[in-house]
Design a protein around this ligand. Structure first.
Ligand code: NAD
Length: 498
């Protein structure tokens, strides 16, 4: 059995710990085991991080950027291998796995520009003979706790920014698909990073708690489900850490009567069913405005959904592959049953789907549920599977209200040809990321990513300038160099610029 170990410098002789089994979701077989760590193991990793971080922070930013440049080249050179490994543990198809790596790589590209974004601010002559400047300094040791669904992209969102800014980083990836994060850390050392700057430790709640309680970890970035995000946020903040914690989602796609329905159906098929719906920026709820739009859309969606091809993750013709674990498959199918019991109309039913030759794989057929209402628990909660729910809105106002009132506020999209409606929607909707005729509005690497409400706890987004802000603290320096003559001011009064 292949073993996935921690990627730490001081691992020799560490107790072996509990094990977690890693599935191959396409075959339904266990393919590897990962060792789960504990607080003692974390102590070792932190001690190493503490030893290497000061020198890294003192390395000039251009040299730090050069490591990022070489890392980028290495990821590109290893793209196929990374994508195959990722897809074998996650279940997403290879091209989609490449997208997962590529979107993380784009944050590394942004991090290559770290000297520019770290320049700081300077005011000459803020007072008589006085200059004020502010500069961003690293926090020390940062940690990242990441979900299973983007095992390459999300770690790179975090450590790309944190390390370029001068921090050491400890990554605790999902125990369900931990191999790619380890491979990334190996490539990072090959790129010239000092050993111990990026370490990967595996674990579950026990390790997460150890991270949240560790006095030498200054900041924690978390991405995962909302209840755990909220827990991580509270416990981390209680311990005096800086915490950002991104949670679950239920993104809506509003379809206005004037939308190009063929384009919408094409966009929805990919956004609802791609990666078997296991994306926090998937579009699992479609909101047609008006009965006529709803009927036309449904008529076009049914054949498009029936034409979807489900396959093993390395089938080049498959639109999507299996879900991640048997428990997750059971959970998604249970949600479909719940939706049915709550009065939803199961228009296309993906339960009980079996892929010929791969009957043990964790496949779920695409599912379409109509007449879903805001009162239903299957609407309120995240399903995270290949399930598209139709919630019919009578008018534009109701369409703005639905995503705005939902507990999650990650992403939302509107499909329309009417610029005024789109503008109005974008400005009023209470959701963090908005797509206008763009079904999955994940902002590019030099903007930033983050949802609202229960999709994001904390006040900074991931990557871009927001990421830089999260991983650094601002030092403000006020200086004067007196020429020796007394200035005669009253030192007992608070200095003002009056
Ligand atoms: P998860 O919450 O189960 O796990 C996330 C991380 O938390 C993992 O590293 C896991 O080991 C750890 N963890 C699990 N149980 C824990 C516990 N009881 N206490 C402390 N830590 C624990 O999430 P997942 O199933 O891996 O990922 C899917 C979820 O992530 C979905 O809800 C999805 O919407 C969300 N997600 C959100 C974003 C975003 O940016 N908002 C992006 C991707 C995924």
């Amino acid at each position: 059995m292949r073993q996935v170990g921690h990627f730490i410098v001081d691992g020799v002789g560490a107790p072996s710990g509990r094990k977690h089994q890693i599935w191959n979701p396409s075959t339904g077989e266990i393919q590897a085991e990962v060792t789960l760590g504990d607080a003692a193991l974390l102590d070792r990793a932190v001690a190493t991080a503490k030893a290497v971080q000061p020198e890294w922070a003192a390395t000039n930013p251009q040299k730090r950027a050069r490591v990022m440049f070489r890392f980028k080249e290495l990821i590109e050179a290893n793209m196929q291998e990374l994508a195959e490994l990722l897809s074998s543990e996650h279940g997403k198809v290879i091209d989609d796995a490449k997208g997962d790596v590529q979107r993380g790589l784009e944050v590394i590209e942004f991090a290559c520009g770290i000297p520019h974004v770290l320049k700081g601010e300077y005011t000459q002559g803020a007072g008589p003979g006085i200059d004020v400047y502010s500069t961003r300094q690293p926090l020390g040791i940062g940690a990242g706790i990441t979900p299973f669904n983007f095992p390459a992209m999300i770690p790179m969102w975090m450590f790309g920014m944190a390390i370029a800014a001068g921090n050491a980083f400890i990554l605790k990836p999902s125990e369900r698909d931990p191999s790619v994060p380890v491979r990334l850390a190996e490539l990072f050392v090959e790129a010239g990073a000092p050993e111990g700057l990026l370490q990967v430790i595996h674990g579950d709640k026990e390790m997460v708690d150890a991270i949240l309680d560790h006095a030498d970890i200054s900041a924690v970035s978390f991405v995962g489900s909302s209840d755990i995000a909220h827990y991580v946020y509270k416990r981390g903040v209680d311990n005096g850490k800086r915490v950002q914690a991104m949670g679950g989602a239920k993104n809506h796609g509003i379809v206005m009567p004037d939308a190009d329905l063929d384009q919408v159906v094409n966009d929805l098929a990919g956004a609802a069913f791609g990666s078997a719906g296991e994306r926090c920026m998937a579009l699992p709820v479609v909101v047609p405005v008006g009965e006529d739009t709803a009927e036309k859309l449904k008529a076009k969606l049914i054949p498009a959904i029936n034409a979807l091809r489900i396959g093993v993750s390395n089938d080049p013709d498959a639109h999507y592959g299996p879900v991640v674990t048997p428990e997750h498959k059971a959970r998604v199918e249970q949600w479909i049953t719940t939706a049915e019991e709550e009065g939803g109309d199961i228009v296309v039913d993906g339960r009980g789907f079996s892929l010929q030759g791969h009957e043990k794989g964790f496949f779920i057929g695409p599912t379409l549920i109509d007449n879903v209402t805001p009162q239903m628990s299957s609407y309120q909660e995240e399903i995270f599977g290949p399930v598209l729910q139709i919630v019919r809105a009578k008018d534009f106002e109701e369409a703005v209200r639905l995503p705005s009132d939902h507990q999650y506020g990650n992403g939302v999209a509107i499909f329309t040809r009417n610029g005024h409606a789109a503008r109005e929607f974008a400005s009023r909707v209470n959701v963090g990321m908005v797509g206008i005729n763009v079904p999955i509005p994940v902002p590019v690497a030099y903007h930033s990513f983050g949802g609202w409400k229960r999709s994001g706890f904390g006040d900074t987004d991931q990557y871009g300038m927001e990421g830089l802000k999260f991983w650094t603290k601002v030092k403000k320096i006020t200086q004067r160099w007196p020429d020796g003559s007394p200035d005669g001011g009253n030192a007992f009064v608070i200095p003002t610029m009056g």
